[in-house]
Design a protein around this ligand. Structure first.
Ligand code: GH3
Ligand code: MG
Length: 448
């Protein structure tokens, strides 16, 4: 394993990309969740405001509806002594006290008999409701249902717009007539909402026939508006409320930009971090000159191998291989040349190992070959002979023909004794010393 192999790059890239994407989706989902919470809170605020408006409409209307109740009671109680003058007096009194009322009318049967004030309303006097198709429907509904009916806003016969409250009067269970309270739409609306005006909201109201009579009709087509229904006597109005503050706060926009940047930066940092980790781990166990396992790796491996050998009663061999007169290469051709010689030695030794063997560089010109599960001593003789032989041919290193030889010290752990890797290393070193002493370019077995 060496630094910056394509494999390491790909693994680092995959880890970094996955983490980057994960962070992106996580942050994106979180921010989306926050956004929808923000919108839902704002929408709820608009809804609450709508409820307040509806309450104000109901409140303002109730006081007007009671006029009819009172008048109806009067007519029922004094049914036998009704006189036009008294009725007009009562209408005047009620009209003076009431706010937003354009006029009050009483139809005896179906014809409007009394109207107060008369001035400006002369046109309607003596009108028969059955001959006013636009109004008859609601008048009939009031009579049939025996309940008050709110009609409008609608165009009035006498001109202008108004909301009309019709209240049927039944005396002795027989239809007697109808009371009309004509309400000035603008005055009513302005009064109803004067206490609850709020610049943060825009609203509009439409009647049952979908005609918008208050506010901007386009509001009903806007997205994200709150819709509230106001239930009136036999009528329904619909309120559309828009939250003017419903603009995404700046920090959401900043987040939209920051999230991809943050995810990318995390990915990038992770890429270099993972690559560095790979480099460090591979470095800590690998010799950087030859890419062979280093002494640290070997120490662990020896520990493992000697315990395996003891447990399974197997033979274990340690070969210490040292280049002969290596200093000479350094001294003659320089340190760099010496390095190339070490690399060549590593390569030649690598050709001689099996998959189950471990070749490592101890440092300097010294290598260790660990041979596990050795079947017989003669096998090791075969390997060492082959190694010595492989160095007999001249080598070309950096355009120089040189002769490299090695000396080998071998220590074997027999299957019936507990393997002690420290002792093995010591013995192999002793054997190597002997090989050197006997003239080099040879192998020596440790003998007790
Ligand atoms: P001997 O036959 O007794 O082994 O003689 P030698 O000259 O090989 O002596 P020895 O093994 O003791 O010397 C190893 C030398 O290798 C000592 C040191 O200067 C040199 N050396 C150690 N590490 C490196 C290295 O990484 N590169 C190079 N070029 N030289 C190194
Ligand atoms: Mg040497």
């Amino acid at each position: 394993m060496h630094e910056e192999t394509p494999k390491v790059k790909i693994i680092s890239l995959v880890i970094a990309c996955s983490a980057s994407l994960l962070i992106f989706f996580l942050l994106y989902t979180l921010s989306g969740f926050q956004k929808s919470k923000y919108f839902s809170d704002e929408h709820k605020a608009a809804n609450d405001y709508g409820e307040l408006l509806r309450f104000e409409v109901d409140r303002e209307l109730n006081s007007l509806l009671f006029i009819s109740n009172g008048l109806s009671s009067y007519l029922t109680v004094y049914k036998d002594e009704l006189d036009p003058e008294k009725i007009n007096e009562i209408l005047k009194d009620l009209w003076t006290k009431a706010e937003h009322v354009k006029n009050l009318g009483i139809a005896v049967g179906y014809k409007l008999t009394y109207v107060y004030p008369l001035i400006g309303n002369e046109k309607v006097i003596e009108k028969d409701f059955r001959e006013i198709p636009l109004q008859w429907k609601k008048v009939k509904l009031a009579i049939d249902s025996r309940e008050g009916v709110l009609d409008g806003p609608l165009n009035l016969i006498q001109g202008g717009k108004g909301i009309i409250y019709r209240y049927p009067v039944f005396i002795d269970d027989k239809y007697w007539g109808i009371l009309s309270t004509v309400i000035d739409t603008d005055s009513f609306m302005n009064s109803a909402f004067k206490r609850v005006k709020d610049k943060r909201y825009t609203f509009a109201i439409r009647a049952e026939n979908k005609e918008v009579f208050y506010g901007d009709p386009a509001l009903f087509k806007h997205k994200g508006i709150a819709l509230i229904q106001s239930h009136l006597p036999n009528n329904k109005w619909e309120l559309a409320i828009e939250n003017n503050d419903l603009k995404l706060p700046l920090y959401f926009l900043v987040l939209d930009v920051l999230i991809p940047i943050l995810s990318l930066l995390t990915g990038l940092a992770l890429y270099y971090y993972v690559k560095e980790r790979f480099r460090l781990t591979s470095h800590s166990l690998t010799d950087s000159l030859t890419n062979l396992p280093n002494r640290r790796y070997l120490d662990n491996k020896l520990l493992e191998a000697s315990s395996d050998a003891s447990n399974n009663q197997q033979m274990l061999a340690v070969m210490l291989i040292d280049v002969d007169y290596f200093k000479h290469f350094n001294d003659t051709y320089g340190h760099h040349f010496g390095d190339e010689v070490i690399k060549r030695v590593a390569k030649l030794l690598q050709l001689k190992i099996r998959n189950s063997d471990t070749l490592s560089r101890m440092g300097g010109d010294e290598f260790v070959m660990l041979i596990e599960n050795l079947k017989a001593e003669k096998d090791i003789i075969l390997i060492t002979t082959k190694i010595i032989e492989s160095f007999q041919a001249e080598q070309v290193v950096l355009d120089k023909n040189i002769q490299i030889t090695v000396s080998i010290g071998v220590a074997i752990n027999s299957p019936n004794e507990n393997a002690d890797f420290k002792a093995l290393m010591r013995n192999a070193d002793e054997a190597l010393y002997m090989a050197k002493g006997e003239g080099r370019n040879r192998f020596k077995f440790y003998a007790k």
